[in-house]
Design a protein around this ligand. Structure first.
Ligand code: ZN
Length: 577
């Protein structure tokens, strides 16, 4: 019935002005937002004053007078008092449950020194039983203002950490996720010593005597992550599901506080999707999810068709992508795979993490099962290798078109590969905020000239005709679309200088990237991305108009209300249940 009445409303509003006296033709809306500055991201009607939502869908958008007939006694009416309503923001690249998990573990994003981190971990040992793991994440050596006396490749030694934590294995995850710093107890647990050989695609950083410093790059961290998850897996049944549900809720609430109504996850598992599906059926997902599998290709072979789902549970869960296997590492840890060596580590071109054959296998599975493929390519070499893999697969299937395969991060791109990306219809899924969080040290890694030509060239990509995208890769960076918007349109670094300022998005493009652009990158432009009658009633209300607020006031923009499917889920500082 709801759908029927919504269709009726659509039919009657298209092309004809409602007269105030024939309200019978305008079935009551569940929710009306009025007296606002409604920025629709829909060229048909870019600006309006009011929105009516019925049955979870946008019924009409118009002037306050045009929407008034949709109001009756049962309608909840919100007077926006001139505040700005935009389409619900879409996080274009993140890690949903690990983001939720990150809200439950030590947070080192603001740590100013290694010593501060050590004391935070020491504090945690007081409430952690002996033998239990202590996990932290978010540290970055370039944020430390105090340097240790002895450094190996810019990183400290584990001794002070190990002395403070004799009874607990400790694993501290780099902000990029591409390396961990561990203590002696953890190294003993996995029997790592002076003779241990690093796995392919990884590095055990050692001092001049050959002793492990505690830093494990790329695949060298896997053994520690496995030891930790093995330990977690041995806990009583039910504990794991409870913990996962808590992560889902925590991540969702944090998303809603930041105006995010949809979240694109790059890196889920079959077990995780099983639980998310259950939660979608229960109506318990706090935001809409688009999940991409990060499983071994051999594990996925034969299972993908059963798991493909689009808009499951009232459009809360979509699974139609194979995601972020990492072809290379991060620039921060010298892992991004480059065509030429690092300027500040000339012995290295970075790392090829997941073998090419594995990505090719995933590509075959993706095309056969009608999945998108979304692989990480940070360095220009990784980006080019991915284009090669994608192109080869497309050529084998000339019957298939509009596949929207993505390259995640796309931070360093050789100019020759821009046009190729356009020709192949590939989407570089970029994150605006990284230009500012990485900006302070990118020139060290790449040198001036290469940075200028290839670094974070997001507007060049959009000008070439590629879909503008955005996001913050939570928990790598904070889930803060306002910060990413600010960086996207200013490229202002924390010290006030600008990084690659010629690559700013216009205000309109930045808003588009967080709404329509991200929707297109997930095949969801028919239901999301703009405030258009018939689309989902996902709306974010802001204190400032992002299209006109001065640069230096963008960061003061607050999320006032977050609405998902016509339900108010966050308002004035509180989650609404
Ligand atoms: Zn990521």
């Amino acid at each position: 019935m709801r759908l029927l009445s919504t269709l009726l409303v659509l039919a009657t509003t298209l092309g004809c002005q409602p007269a105030a006296d024939d309200t019978a033709r305008y079935p009551a809306a569940d929710l009306v937002l009025t007296n606002g500055n409604v920025v629709t991201v829909d060229d048909q009607r870019p600006v309006a004053e009011a929105i009516a939502i019925t049955g979870g869908l946008i019924a009409a958008v118009g002037s306050a007078a045009e929407i008034a007939p949709y109001i009756d006694d049962s309608t909840e009416v919100i007077d926006l008092k001139g505040q700005t309503a935009i389409p619900g923001l879409i996080e274009g690249h993140g890690h949903y449950t690990s983001f939720g998990g990150s809200l439950m573990i030590l947070d080192f994003r603001y740590a100013k020194s290694f010593a501060e981190i050590v004391s935070m971990v020491e504090e945690a040992t007081r409430t952690t039983p002996a033998g239990e793991w202590i996990i932290g994440r978010g540290w970055h050596q370039d944020k430390w203002q105090v340097r240790e006396d002895v450094l190996v490749e810019g990183l400290p030694l584990h001794e002070s950490l190990s002395a403070a934590t004799p009874d607990n294995p400790v694993m501290l995850i780099h902000t990029s996720g591409h390396g961990v710093f561990v203590n002696q107890r953890a190294m003993s647990l996995v029997e790592l010593d002076g003779n241990t050989v690093a796995p392919d695609g990884g590095e055990i950083v050692r001092d001049e005597n050959g002793n492990a410093t505690g830093m494990m790059r790329e695949s060298a961290q896997d053994v520690f992550r496995q030891a930790f998850s093995g330990h977690q897996g041995r806990r009583p049944a039910g504990v794991a599901e409870e913990e996962m549900r808590r992560m889902v809720m925590l991540a969702g609430e944090e998303a809603l506080r930041h105006g995010i109504t949809s979240f694109q996850d790059l890196g889920t598992s079959f077990a995780e999707v099983d639980l998310l599906k259950k939660m979608a059926d229960e109506g318990n997902l706090p935001v809409r999810l688009w999940m991409a599998f990060e499983e071994q290709a051999a594990e996925m072979d034969g299972r993908l068709a059963d798991y493909r789902m689009i808009g499951h549970g009232n459009n809360f869960l979509t699974v139609r992508a194979i995601g972020e296997k990492v072809l290379d590492g991060a620039l921060g840890t010298h892992g991004g795979w480059l065509l030429e060596p690092y300027a500040d580590l000339p012995r290295s071109h970075g790392l090829n993490v997941v073998p090419i054959e594995e990505i090719e296998y995933s590509a075959r599975l993706a095309i056969e099962n009608d999945y998108q493929l979304a692989i990480q390519g940070i360095g220009d070499r990784a980006y080019r290798e991915l284009l090669n893999i994608y192109e080869a697969e497309f050529e084998r299937h000339p019957d298939k078109s509009d596949l929207r395969w993505r390259i995640e991060h796309a931070q360093v791109i050789h100019p020759d590969d821009v046009e190729r990306t356009v020709a192949l219809g590939v989407i570089p899924a970029v994150q605006g905020i990284f230009a500012c969080s990485d900006g302070p040290w990118v020139v060290d890694r790449l040198g001036e000239e290469r940075t200028l030509e290839r670094g974070y060239i997001f507007n060049t990509l959009a000008e070439a005709g590629l879909v503008p995208t955005n996001g913050t890769d939570p928990p790598v960076d904070e889930i803060d679309p306002i910060a990413s918007f600010h960086c996207s349109v200013t490229r202002i670094l924390p010290d006030g200088t600008r990084f690659q300022p010629q690559e700013v998005y216009s205000r309109e493009r930045a808003l588009y990237s967080y709404t329509m652009g991200n929707a297109i990158a997930a095949f969801e432009e028919d239901i999301k991305g703009s405030l258009t009658p018939g689309k989902l009633g996902d709306i974010t209300v802001l204190s400032h108009d992002l299209l006109t607020v001065p640069d230096d006031e963008i960061m003061a923009t607050e999320i006032v209300i977050t609405i998902v499917g016509g339900e108010i889920r966050y308002r004035d500082g509180d989650i609404v249940n």
